[in-house]
Design a protein around this ligand. Structure first.
Ligand code: PRX
Length: 645
């Protein structure tokens, strides 16, 4: 790994919210006196009834309980909209850039207020009440943000499902949280191609019925509407008022559920609540991106992922920022699209994922260098480790060696960024997420849970709670405790491995569980395996990740066929199509190896360590294979491996 150090440029430090001394002082206070620190910073948002209690949290596995600001009341939507109306009603809240470069729209805070109130009234008119779950399956159009904020306004709990998920995945998520209302669009539009969202929603609703389906018209493509259930959003909006009084919510009332993959079982409904989440999302947005009044801020994520929740919608809007929302993809109409949009809207802060950087890096520098990018001041990275080569390209070519890069480590569960540089405070090392944010106490542990000191390597845990932490797995608190607090007693286990260097910088090395990270999308290998074995010709499957130049990790599937079935190219394609249909295109296996047998111990446990090595094409050192029931299967696996250098 690279240990190049990039000092904080003087002009960045001079305008920044925090230099190194201030970071150290604030960090110290935040861990020495969390209640004092967060009691002060909790006031950054508007409370209807101020809180008197700050922190009430326990990581004791017998009683995991996380509450912040618990006796305060607020409304998240009012914090993101109403409180800005007087001072910045005419300022753009959202700049929406369509898939087609000719398409864009500026939504001011006043516009946002009108749109969100209207959407809230449509939900109320259709019987959605405080506490009800609303599933949102929308493309990256402003209505996605309106729908989220409308739910927050009336106290309904949104659950967004990424538009790339299949009908089955959508149905599973609707059923798990018992949503009665689904918000979708006729079609999505990405890279000039349509995505049949309403059709998918109809198929999902066959398995997981909803009372109401609200359909936003995006493309005007023909769709079937089911009488008594489906309504067009624009028709309903025309019937209601554009004024709505926000509901008074308690700090610990749920704000949203977001499903994410784990190492076992079906995706977990990660539950975030209102007060602590908003304090944490807004504070991290301000400090990590060194956000100043008037900045144009762009996060390229989709609202279907947590990054879109915290850093397209809630964090920036709570801060009264202008947030850019992009419908399209980085390579349409060409690989210079991001930089054209930066120039078009004079973007100052740009936040994207390593996989996008790597794919654009491969498309050639001329797509970047033909643009000006002079508005850019800060770059960010999220979702997976950024390799030093990609970091250097991002820094040199995109940022013209002027812009610090904040490599932000966090998770759906954490609600906001936990480990990150602060632009004015932290010298950068390419590939390192550097140091903890205020209030975050990371530690590195060995397999037994012993805390390791100094420069070391092991598993990453967090020792105490921060306000943005998830509160539970929806409907399954035991699973929450089991997954995060039982591996290492009294600590939050992240599932990530990491190294800490002599400067105290953290280097995330990737997941240490059976979760893989494909193009920044988190995937449970067990989910892909269960999709594969659902195919009638498959008897057994084992899925592992392998290093992939663009995606970070690719999906490598070992498949054993039913007796009598023959491996073929056609069957390989059929299996890929099958997984796409079951989960969605993001889960498509990159490589499938037909394996007559899988390496198992005598007790029948698949030895994944061996499968990972073979998938990495580094099988010289397979370790001990003597405990295998049939060591000969390994030779066949090596012989027929699919990933050859
Ligand atoms: O493995 C880490 C990786 O992404 C995982 C969390 O995925 P998800 O919940 O989908 O959230 C992604 C966006 C916050 C983590 O456990 N990860 C995320 N950011 C980084 C990262 N790995 C290394 N460096 C990062 N900056």
């Amino acid at each position: 790994m690279s240990d190049n150090v990039f000092p904080v440029p003087a002009e960045v430090a001079s305008r920044a919210l925090a230099d190194n001394a201030k970071y150290l002082e604030m960090y110290r206070k935040s861990v020495d006196d969390p209640a004092g620190f967060w009691g002060e910073h909790g006031k950054r948002i508007d409370w209807i009834k101020p809180f008197s209690k700050v922190k009430n949290t326990s990581y004791d596995p017998h009683n995991v309980s996380i509450k912040w600001f618990e006796d305060g009341t607020l409304n998240v939507s009012a914090n993101c909209i109403d409180r800005h109306l007087e001072t910045r009603g005419d300022q753009p809240a959202i700049i929406w850039e369509g898939d087609d470069p000719a398409d864009h729209k500026v939504i001011t805070y006043k516009d946002l207020h009108r749109e969100v109130c209207t959407f809230a009234n449509v939900l109320l008119a259709h019987g959605v009440k405080k506490g009800d779950r609303v599933t949102i399956y929308l493309p990256m159009i402003p209505e996605a943000a309106y729908a989220m904020l409308a739910c927050a306004r009336i106290g309904a709990v949104h659950s967004i499902v990424f538009g790339g998920f299949s009908p089955d995945s959508l149905a599973q998520r609707i059923a798990d949280c018992k949503s009665t209302c689904l918000i979708t669009a006729d079609e999505g539009l990405r890279g000039g191609r349509t995505v049949p969202l309403k059709l998918n929603a109809d198929r999902a609703a066959e398995k997981a019925p909803v009372d109401t389906m609200i359909v936003v018209k995006r493309t005007g493509g023909a769709v079937a509407m089911t009488g008594g259930r489906d309504v067009w959003y624009h028709e309903e909006a025309a019937k209601v008022s554009a004024e709505n009084t926000p509901a008074e919510m308690s700090a610990e009332d749920p704000l949203f559920i977001l499903y994410t993959s784990g190492s076992t079982g079906s995706p977990k409904g990660v539950l975030h609540t209102s007060g602590g989440y908003l304090v944490y999302a807004s504070m991290t947005h301000q400090y990590v991106f060194d956000y100043h009044e008037g900045d144009i801020y762009w996060c390229t994520a989709d609202v279907g992922w947590v990054t879109g929740h915290s850093y397209i919608v809630y964090g920036p809007l709570a801060n009264g920022a202008t947030t850019l929302m992009f419908e399209g993809i980085p390579t349409y109409p060409n690989a210079g699209r991001f930089w054209d949009v930066v120039d078009k809207h004079k973007v100052n802060i740009f936040y994207t994922a390593p996989t996008a950087i790597r794919s654009l890096m491969g498309a050639g520098d001329e797509h970047v260098t033909r643009t000006s990018r002079e508005s850019l001041r800060l770059l960010g990275s999220v979702g997976e480790p950024i390799n030093p080569e990609a970091w250097m390209w991002y820094y040199n070519v995109v940022g013209d060696k002027r812009c610090p890069i904040v490599d932000t480590w966090w998770q759906t569960e954490t609600g906001g960024i936990l480990i990150t540089p602060l632009p004015g405070a932290t010298p950068l090392k390419p590939g390192s997420a550097t140091r903890p944010f205020f209030g975050v106490q990371p530690a590195v542990v060995d397999a037994e849970g012993n805390i390791l000191d100094g420069a070391t390597e092991g598993n990453l845990v967090i020792l105490d709670s921060w306000p943005g932490q998830m509160r539970t797995v929806y409907g399954d608190h035991d699973r929450f405790v089991q997954t995060y607090f039982s591996t290492y007693k009294g600590m939050y286990f992240t599932g990530d491995g990491c190294r800490r260097d002599a400067d105290g910088y953290y280097w995330i090395t990737g997941r240490v569980d059976d979760v893989i990270n494909v193009s920044g999308h988190r995937m449970g290998t067990a989910e892909v395996e269960s999709a594969l074995v659902a195919h009638p010709k498959v008897s057994e499957a084992a899925v592992v990740g392998y290093p992939h130049d663009i995606k970070g990790q690719g999906i490598y599937a070992y498949v054993t066929l039913m007796a009598g079935e023959e491996p073929s190219e056609a069957l390989r394609k059929e299996l890929v199509a099958h997984v796409r249909k079951e989960i969605g295109p993001i889960a498509s296996p990159d490589l499938i190896q037909f394996a007559p047998g899988l390496p198992k111990t005598r007790s029948g446990k698949i030895m994944r360590r061996i499968l990972r090595k073979i998938a990495e094409d580094s099988f010289e050192n397979l370790g001990d294979t003597s405990t295998l029931a049939d060591p000969a299967v390994v030779d066949d696996l090596i012989e027929n491996r699919q990933n050859r250098a």
